[in-house]
Design a protein around this ligand. Sequence first.
Ligand SMILES: Nc1nc(=O)c2c([nH]1)NC[C@@H]1CN(c3ccc(C(=O)N[C@@H](CCC(=O)O)C(=O)O)cc3)CN21
Ligand SMILES: CC(C)C(=O)C(=O)O
Ligand SMILES: [Mg+2]
Length: 272
Amino acid sequence: MSTGAATKRRTAVDIRGRKGGEPIVSLTAYSAVMARLVEPHVDFLLVGDSLAMVEYGMDSTLAATPDMMIRHGAAVVSATSLPLVVIDLPFGSYEASPEQAFATASAVMAGTGAGAVKLEGGQAMAPTIRFLSDRGIPVMAHVGLTPQAVNALGGFRSQGHDEAARRRILEDGQAVAEAGAFAVVVEGVVEPLADEITAQIGVPTIGIGASVSCDGQILVLEDMLGLTPRVPRFVHTFGALAGAVDEAASAYASAVKERRFPGPGNVYKPRG
Ligand SMILES: Nc1nc(=O)c2c([nH]1)NC[C@@H]1CN(c3ccc(C(=O)N[C@@H](CCC(=O)O)C(=O)O)cc3)CN21
Ligand SMILES: CC(C)C(=O)C(=O)O
Ligand SMILES: [Mg+2]
């Protein structure tokens, strides 16, 4: 146990306490190298199942597995000391029953050292959120555009365009908050609906393609850095790293071809 450290890692309880306060800052992270770079700037890091798309090149999140989440989650936890780390429960690993969810979530928590899990779904997942919360597992919920339901939603489409959908998604937010979720990701919904959920529930909302009134915001790190080739309209790119990577790779290729690399300082001379 650390003593006398100036800071300690944020917890789900800290995030829960930020309702209505200074906006909560969060990003995704899947690797040690990236998590280390961004940790000074965020309250929590999400090891998202979006890694299936961003890191594994798949066209949806559906093929992410608990083993993938545990390996990437352990890397992010070991590389960081400040933010809460939240791990997505992947498609098919929790929906069947509260007991299935507990088995997966407990394996993810034990295998990574993370402080919370996230799962997708509203009213249907409320009993599961209650079951995990009552057994010591902090749960972040995720409503609105839930990517694991891409086939049921007919694509990655913004949600809440008619009154019935707006009412259902508001009830989803209320149900997961009442079931004990410590925060709720609100993704890809019309702005007034995100405003209303934020006003109506007692735990922080974390927006992505939602509203500036949410209690916090999250983006996929590689999208925000300008590394991903195509990004949803709700993304703002705060960096242009794809160009920087291209320039560095091009400079390296030229140096190799022209035998300027390795230089005198990059080779080992015999000592004797
Ligand atoms: N790199 C990445 N960024 C994300 O934000 C993200 C993922 N991957 N994977 C998991 C989900 C999928 N998400 C997505 C993916 C695509 C759109 C998209 O293309 N939306 C269109 C149409 C919106 C509409 O018709 O309502 C857009 O133009 O924004 C949105 C969300 C958000 N999540
Ligand atoms: C976009 C965020 C909220 C997510 O669930 C993910 O990255 O998987
Ligand atoms: Mg996800």
